[in-house]
Design a protein around this ligand. Sequence first.
Ligand SMILES: Cc1cc2nc3c(=O)[nH]c(=O)nc-3n(C[C@H](O)[C@H](O)[C@H](O)COP(=O)(O)O)c2cc1C
Length: 320
Amino acid sequence: MEYENKHVLAPMVRVGTLPFRLLAAEYGADITYGEEIIDHKMLKCERKINESLGTTDFVEKGTEAVVFRTCAEERSRVVFQMGTSDAVRALTTAQMVCQDVAAVDINMGCPKSFSISGGMGAALLSKPELIHDILTTLKRNLHTPVTCKIRLLKSPQGTVELARQIEKTGVSALAVHGRKVADRPRDPAKWDEIADVVAALSIPVIANGDVFEYDDFQRIKCVTGATSVMVARGALWNASMFCAKGKQPWEDVKREYIRKCILWDNDLKSTKQTLKEMIMHYSCLEYPEGKAVTKSETLADLADLYGEKTYYQFVTKNRL
Ligand SMILES: Cc1cc2nc3c(=O)[nH]c(=O)nc-3n(C[C@H](O)[C@H](O)[C@H](O)COP(=O)(O)O)c2cc1C
């Protein structure tokens, strides 16, 4: 996997499942991250080939819950992101999935209390020895590229120092979200502090934060010097922002997303959450569409709501 000059779909919990990743790729994303999956959860899963969908599924043993679903079409660009606080668990998890993905990434930026209290996400930022242990263990034992995604530390020098330590572990690239742990999503991303990291490293840096339009790809590259750019909310609201020729109407993007959810039998909660995020951005959940999405209980309900009943019947009837 090459990390130079790439447009990257960021990891997004509940959003970055197979249909959304394929949608972003169709519009031009070169690398697509899956949602963060916690190592403990993955370790309860078994790998199954789903003949009827043509996918590889990681399913929680004793249940039908699909924790991670992927397919051959995205094998060369999908990144499996995990939450972990332990090198052995991280390696065991990565070994389960590495033959099915293009790279493995460790989330070192999540500020949520669930992650921090488990020693994962941004909790790792203050534990450079543990970071070193996890990344070198993965590097020594995997042929798959290994990367990580960090936030900014309190001081620019602190971020640069940590980034240098991470580079020494042999990771293939480093994604830097230009916000500090205490920052909120509405606070502007600090592109200048990403630039400090880029200047200090030789490996590819993936700059992340506040890229909403196609033109922003070039802007953030100019300001930071980063070779690649990662987008979360801009893509969530309209995945066609990856298109060089301009965004498509979000109603069309939404319809394409629903069709992919039907085709790949996406998890209902993930589908509803992603649609709700789109609706909240462009409209309001209290309007009829938002209320109907909230009330829907099956993918068939959503297919009805969006005029895709015939497509739903065709797809489900033709499954093996
Ligand atoms: C809905 C949502 C879910 C997210 N889930 C993850 C995640 O699973 N792993 C991660 O490293 N970051 C996660 N993030 C953070 C984004 O990857 C990204 O770093 C952040 O939103 C800044 O990029 P943006 O300004 O383009 O939105 C999430 C962000 C959003 C909006």
